[in-house]
Design a protein around this ligand. Structure first.
Ligand SMILES: Cc1cc2nc3c(=O)[nH]c(=O)nc-3n(C[C@H](O)[C@H](O)[C@H](O)COP(=O)(O)OP(=O)(O)OC[C@H]3O[C@@H](n4cnc5c(N)ncnc54)[C@H](O)[C@@H]3O)c2cc1C
Length: 480
C-alpha cells in the first residue's frame, strides 16, 4: 500500500495550484496527486469544441504565483492547458502525479488517524485528503432525452465529447442551448459553417468584453511581468466584483446597460425576443462574448437565434413547438454539465457512510464531521482560481497548525444553527438539478460560502483555525 502525508485528487487547475502551495509552505510533506485521466489540465484538457476559451480574464484565472504572459485576456483552451502543464513541469509537480488512477472511496479511521483511499490502481494511506476534483462528471455531459433523436440522420454531438475529426465547414449547424458554451460555439463555428442557428428555450444575459486587456498591454511594455500582472489582476478583481455587486443591488440599471449593448448590434425586435431574460443579471452566470463576436456573427447573418422548444427530432433536423422546422447537418447539444460533488467519491468516517447532502460546508472547503479532508471549489461570480488558491493556502495553514500543536486530526463540528442554504446561489438548470447532493451552507460564519473574493481574502488569511473545529492529539484519541 502507498503511504503519503497529503493526497490530492485531480491534476486540473486546482490540483496543480494546491501542490504548488504545499511545496512552498510545507516542503517537508510527502504528497501525491491522483488523476483519473492521462493528462494534466482537467477542464482545459477535456473540452475541445471549436472556440473553447475562458470567459473570465486570465489575470485572475491564472495563479497569483505565475504571471499570465499570453496575449489574450480571454484565452483559448489550449493556451490555458499549456499554462497549467508548464506550471506543473517547472515546479516539479508533474513527478508527483499518478495518471489513469480513479479514486473511488476514502475511509477515515480514528484508530489509525489515517485515510485509506481506494483507487483503480490500488490503495493509498494518507494523513490528509484534498479533493481538487472539480464540480462535474467527466463521464458525460448533461443530455436531455430528445424525442425522435433516433430518427435524426445528421451528426449529433455534445461539447463534452467533441469528435476530433468533425468538419463543420459548409454545413448547416444547430446549437441547442444558451449558456457560455453555446455562445462560444456559435461565432466560432459560424466562421466556416454554411449557417449556425442557436436554438434556445429562453434568453441569457450576454456581456461583451475586449479579448485583450489594454492596461496589460501598456504595463507589460514598461514594468516587469510580475508587477504588471499584479496591477491588472487587482484592477480586474475590483471591476468584476464591483459589477457583480452593482448587478445584485441595482439590477434594473445593469439590465438596461446590457440591453443597450445588445442594441448596438441588433434591432429592438431581436433584442426583445432573444436577448431579454426573465431573471435578473447574475441569478445565473453571465455569458461573456469577447469582442462581441456572438453579436457580430448574428449581425453578419452567418448565425441566427431561435427562441423556441424542441418538439421532436426528424430525419433532417428539429421540429419546434411552434411548428417550424430547422434543418441541420450537425446538431450540437450544448445542454450543459452533470454536476458531481467531490469527484464522485464515497466517504466513510469510522465505518459510517457520509451523506454529502446531510453535511455542512465549513468555510467552503471542509465538511462537518469529516476529519482531515478538504475540497476545492471556485467562485461562480469570479475566476475559479481566486477562491481555489485561498482554499489551498488555508489547507497548508491548517496542516501547519496541526503539526505545531501535535494534533493528528481536525474535524469541523456542526454549526450552531441547523438552518440550511444551498451551496451555490445560482438558479441555472445544471445547479438546480443536483445541488441537493452537495453539502449545504449554514447561515453564519464559518459555515457560509460567500461569493465575495475581497471579504474571503481578508477573512481566510486571518481566520481562527480553532473556530468550530475539533482537534485530536496525535499521541492519543482524546479530544482537545
Ligand atoms: C467549458 C468550461 C469553461 C469554463 N470557463 C471558466 C472560466 O472562464 N473561468 C472560471 O473561473 N471557470 C471556468 N470554468 C470552471 C472550471 O472548471 C475552472 O476554471 C477550473 O478549470 C476548475 O479546475 P479544477 O482543477 O478545480 O477542476 P477540473 O478542471 O474539473 O479538474 C478536476 C480534475 O480532477 C480529476 N478527477 C475528478 N474526479 C476524480 C476522481 N474520482 N479520481 C481521480 N481524478 C479525478 C479530473 O479528471 C480532472 O483532471 C469553466 C468550466 C467549463 C466546463
Amino acid at each position: 500500500m502507498n503511504d503519503t502525508d497529503v493526497l490530492i485528487v485531480g491534476a486540473g487547475l486546482s490540483g496543480v495550484g494546491a501542490a504548488y502551495r504545499l511545496q512552498q509552505e510545507r516542503p517537508g510533506d510527502r504528497y501525491a496527486i491522483l488523476e483519473q485521466r492521462a493528462a494534466i489540465g482537467g477542464t482545459w484538457d477535456l473540452f475541445r469544441y471549436p472556440g473553447v476559451r475562458s470567459d473570465s480574464d486570465m489575470f485572475t484565472l491564472a495563479y497569483p504565483f505565475k504571471p499570465w504572459r499570453g496575449e489574450k485576456s480571454l484565452a483559448d483552451g489550449e493556451s490555458i492547458r499549456t499554462y497549467i502543464r508548464d506550471t506543473a513541469r517547472e515546479a516539479g509537480i508533474d513527478r508527483h502525479i499518478r495518471f489513469d488512477t480513479t479514486v473511488h472511496s476514502a475511509d477515515w479511521s480514528s484508530a489509525d488517524q489515517r485515510w485509506t483511499v481506494r483507487t483503480s490502481q490500488g490503495e493509498w494511506r494518507a494523513k490528509f485528503v484534498y479533493l481538487c476534483a472539480g464540480y462535474y462528471s467527466y463521464d458525460q455531459g448533461y443530455q436531455p432525452a430528445f424525442p425522435g433523436l433516433a430518427d435524426y440522420a445528421g451528426t449529433f454531438v455534445h461539447p463534452q465529447a467533441w469528435p476530433e475529426d468533425l468538419d463543420h465547414a459548409g454545413r448547416r449547424v444547430v446549437v441547442i442551448g444558451s449558456g457560455a458554451t453555446a455562445v462560444t460555439l456559435v461565432p466560432a463555428m459560424a466562421e466556416t459553417a454554411a449557417h449556425v442557428t442557436m436554438l434556445q428555450r429562453s434568453p441569457s444575459y450576454l456581456t461583451a468584453l475586449p479579448p485583450r486587456d489594454g492596461l496589460a498591454d501598456t504595463l507589460r511594455r514598461r514594468l516587469p511581468a510580475g508587477t504588471a500582472n499584479r496591477i491588472v489582476r487587482a484592477k480586474n478583481i475590483a471591476l468584476s466584483q464591483g459589477f457583480y455587486q452593482l448587478a445584485r443591488r441595482r439590477p434594473k440599471l445593469v439590465r438596461g446597460a446590457l440591453r443597450k449593448m445588445a442594441l448596438r448590434f441588433l434591432d429592438e425586435h431581436a433584442v426583445d425576443e432573444h436577448f431579454t431574460p426573465t431573471y435578473e443579471p447574475w441569478d445565473q452566470r453571465l455569458c461573456v462574448v469577447p469582442g462581441a463576436d456572438f453579436y457580430k456573427a448574428v449581425q453578419a447573418g452567418t448565425a441566427s437565434v431561435v427562441t423556441d422548444h424542441v418538439d421532436t427530432f426528424t430525419e433532417k433536423g428539429i421540429r419546434l413547438r411552434s411548428g417550424a422546422e430547422l434543418e441541420a447537418d450537425i446538431v450540437v447539444s450544448a445542454t450543459g454539465l452533470q454536476m458531481l460533488p467531490l469527484g464522485g467519491l464515497s466517504l466513510t468516517v469510522d465505518g459510517a457512510a457520509v451523506t454529502l447532502g446531510d453535511t455542512f460546508s465549513y468555510r467552503g472547503l471542509m465538511l462537518s464531521g469529516v476529519p482531515n479532508l478538504a475540497y476545492c471549489i471556485g467562485y461562480t461570480n469570479a475566476s475559479w482560481t481566486l477562491r481555489a488558491d485561498l482554499s489551498s493556502r488555508y489547507v497548508t495553514r491548517l496542516l501547519t497548525h496541526l503539526e505545531k500543536h501535535g494534533y493528528a486530526a481536525a474535524a469541523p463540528t456542526a454549526p450552531a444553527s441547523a438552518e440550511r442554504r444551498p451551496l451555490l446561489d445560482l438558479t441555472s438548470g445544471y445547479v438546480k438539478r443536483s445541488i441537493a447532493n452537495f453539502p449545504s451552507q449554514g447561515v453564519e460564519q464559518p459555515w457560509q460560502v460567500q461569493q465575495n473574493y475581497v471579504a474571503d481574502l481578508i477573512q481566510m488569511s486571518r481566520a481562527d483555525l480553532a473556530r468550530d473545529m475539533r482537534f485530536t492529539p496525535a499521541h492519543s484519541l482524546q479530544e482537545a
